[in-house]
Ligand binder design. Structure first.
Ligand code: COA
Ligand code: AMP
Length: 634
């Protein structure tokens, strides 16, 4: 029976979850092995491996060198943007990381201090993350496509002692100077870091602030290597800010021990990877996929990880992914469906595949957004390998549901996100918290406790964690996704139940965009919704009502609003369209009917809800949105 391994693993876990995870913990080298798997009395819902001590960087690098993998590639940096490919053996990556840890320590970074990393996709980003882990310092990586104001929010919340950044990122056709954004963010933030470590890239030279800024290469060269520092398994390894429903991002905390155990285990159980094999997550270190599957998991498992600075198309063409897979012998590729849609749009017959030998590529894993079936079918047909959609989120850090290559449940049922990973008891609840029968759609929830690797709390905001995830359904973690579980136990994820949208696999808050629009002097009220887009899955659309007496041309205001969102949130928001309307549809109690707006924008039937104040507004909105150019059916 092909799923035997999975069935047995689930049975083992259900019978004795603590024994299951203690067994998985044997894959990690502990400084003090945990005697207990879980303490339900600690933290918000309990904590994993409460008495264990370890160092994640040691587990990711040093132990592999000691075990004879020193000469094996740990990281391959492939940058069509810079026209460079660089390989780092485990020994070389360990040595560079140890020196950068020494440089950070020289700037005063100690265990428990925060370090904000605002970097493009360069190896030094991974090195800086691992160097923090080596010191027991807590890194917080901020995606490069965010604007200064978003970076400032994260600096203020994390209060870093040091920041690590680069002179520029490379986007097609332009270099994005990071340093002015960094300087602006520090100026905006009430918290000021003591020092900045700046990587000078050849494409743009950053001007340095005397006394505060230090050259990355010089500091690394001058530093003595630093040894790994023992930390508690429950110590935070990193904070990763993600979009919530308001403009205030949530600081998702990852602990050290549970994370190492869960990620190491996932490489075998889900991805079927063995030490020495090449894994490529085509994501960015600024997102959770980049944290988990560019940096930590492949290295914890002794694999070779590919880090790619480029796009799926245009760098130079839609064959870029196939070139990277062939050139580096990638065995498993992990990307977002939007990247495949981009490739398919430009090369529908996948002719560029013919230029490359992909015989080594065994599996394609997809996540980050719902995968539309035509894209999954296209990929499976052209690549002739199993395509695995798997569902997870920043908070969980690894897959909630998946196909399990290492457990024989593979590939998962097409059109679903697969079955729950051992460790997750996933159920569908109605709005009153009752478990719904198989087939019914409702709130996808996970019974507490969450497994190792999932966020134990939000950074200095335990109350916020309870409110956001635990309050609605006591005893459960609310994922914020809607979906169903079929008779076989396969899970389908439909979309968010809140105001979070998914743009090109990037998680964004419409609430944050509304805050920006509402700050425009001529805007009386506004609504931002995510509407369908053939390439990015969803894109934001803003509707605004102008203040009475605002004598402005609608087109001008709309252009200002687009510029404002780009300036305050960043280009990654892809906010390209705002429409001025006379009024917004609301309930009688004054709540804006965003779901109705979205359905109208998507061209779906939008029957007036019973609570609507004035049904005629829906027709007005329909007329105002008629002929929108950016709405394309997927
Ligand atoms: N630094 C600075 N700017 C950045 C950036 C970064 N790290 N990343 C993106 N941007 C900018 C882009 O240059 C673009 O700017 P523009 O508006 O001036 O063109 C904007 O942010 C939007 O970027 P992006 O989302 O990459 O859209 P795109 O139109 O350039 O490319 C895709 C479309 C589909 C090719 C691209 O979105 C993609 O590769 N998506 C995959 C996403 C992914 O891997 N997600 C991780 C989840 S697993
Ligand atoms: P992020 O925290 O950025 O990883 O985004 C998490 C959100 O992306 C989830 O809550 C889902 O809404 C969506 N998502 C991620 N993976 C999938 C998937 N495989 N299918 C459907 N939605 C997904």
């Amino acid at each position: 029976m092909p799923a035997q391994g999975y069935v047995a693993a689930i049975a083992d876990w259900r019978r004795d979850p603590q024994a299951f995870w203690m067994e998985a913990a044997r894959g990690i080298d502990w400084i003090r092995p945990p005697e207990r798997a879980f303490d339900p009395a600690l933290g918000v819902y309990g904590q994993w491996f409460p008495d264990g001590r370890l160092n994640t960087c040691f587990n990711a690098l040093d132990r592999h060198v000691a075990a004879g993998r020193g000469a094996q590639d740990a990281l391959i940096w492939d940058s069509p943007m810079a026209g460079t490919i660089k390989r780092f053996s485990y020994a070389a990556l360990r040595d560079r990381t140890a020196r950068v840890a020494g440089a950070l320590a020289g700037l005063g970074v100690r265990r428990g201090d925060r370090v904000v990393i605002y970097m493009p996709m360069v190896p030094e980003a991974a090195i800086a993350m691992l160097a923090c882990a080596r010191l027991g310092a807590i890194h917080s990586v901020v995606f490069g496509g965010f604007a200064a104001a978003e970076l400032a929010k994260r600096i203020e919340d994390a209060a870093p002692r040091v920041m690590v950044s680069a002179s520029c990122g490379l986007e097609p056709g332009r270099a994005v100077a990071y340093k002015p954004l960094l300087d602006a963010a520090i100026a905006m933030s009430a918290h000021k870091p003591q020092a900045c470590l700046i990587l000078q890239r050849p494409q743009v030279a950053a001007s340095m602030v005397a006394g505060r800024d230090h050259d990355f290469a010089a500091a690394e060269a001058a530093a003595a290597p630093h040894d790994p520092v023992a930390v508690a398994a429950t110590d935070p390894l990193y904070i990763l800010y993600t979009s919530g429903t308001t403009g205030r991002p949530k600081g998702v905390v990852r602990d050290t021990g549970g994370h190492a155990v869960a990620l190491h285990n996932s490489m075998r159980m889900i991805y079927g990877m063995r030490p020495g094999e090449v894994f490529w997550a085509a994501s960015d270190v600024g997102w959770v996929v980049g944290h988990s599957y560019i940096v930590y998991a492949p290295l914890l498992a002794g694999c070779t990880s590919v880090m790619y600075e480029g796009k799926p198309v245009g760098t130079p063409d839609a064959g870029a992914f196939w070139r990277v897979c062939a050139e580096h012998g990638v065995r498993a590729l992990f990307t977002a469906p939007t990247a495949l849609r981009a490739i398919r749009q430009q090369d529908p017959e996948a002719r560029l595949l013919g230029d490359h030998d992909l015989s080594g590529l065994e599996t394609l894993f997809l996540a980050g957004e719902r995968c539309d079936p035509p894209t999954a079918i296209w990929a499976a047909d052209k690549l002739r390998i199993p395509v695995v959609d798997h569902w997870w989120q920043t908070e969980t850090g690894w897959a909630i549901t998946a196909g399990f290559k290492g457990l024989g449940l593979f590939p998962p049922k097409p059109g679903t996100g697969g079955r729950p990973s051992p460790g997750y008891d996933v159920q569908v609840l109605d709005d009153d918290g009752r478990v719904l029968p198989r087939g019914a759609t409702g709130n996808l929830c996970v019974r507490l406790p969450l497994p190792p690797g999932c966020a134990p709390t939000l950074w200095q905001n335990e109350a916020g964690y309870r409110t956001a995830y635990l309050a609605d359904f006591p005893g459960w973690y609310r994922t914020g996704d809607a979906g169903s579980i079929d008779a076989d136990g396969d899970v389908s994820v439909m979309g968010r139940t809140d105001d979070i949208i998914n743009v090109a696999g990037h998680r964004l808050s419409t609430g944050a965009m509304e805050e920006v629009l509402a700050a425009h002097p001529d805007v009386a009220e506004c609504a931002v919704v995510g509407v369908k887009d053939a390439l990015k899955g969803q894109v934001p659309l803003g509707l605004v009502v102008l203040k009475a007496g605002a004598q402005r041309i609608a087109r001008e205001v709309a252009e200002e609003l687009v510029a404002l969102v780009r300036d305050r949130i960043g280009p990654v928001a892809a906010f390209r369209e705002a429409r001025v309307v006379a009024r917004l549809p609301k309930t009688r109690s004054g709540k804006i009917l965003r779901a109705s707006i979205r359905r109208i924008a998507d061209g779906e039937p939008a029957a007036a809800p019973a609570t609507i104040d004035d049904p005629a507004i829906l027709e007005e909105i329909g007329a105002a949105l008629g002929g929108r150019s950016s709405v394309r059916e997927s």
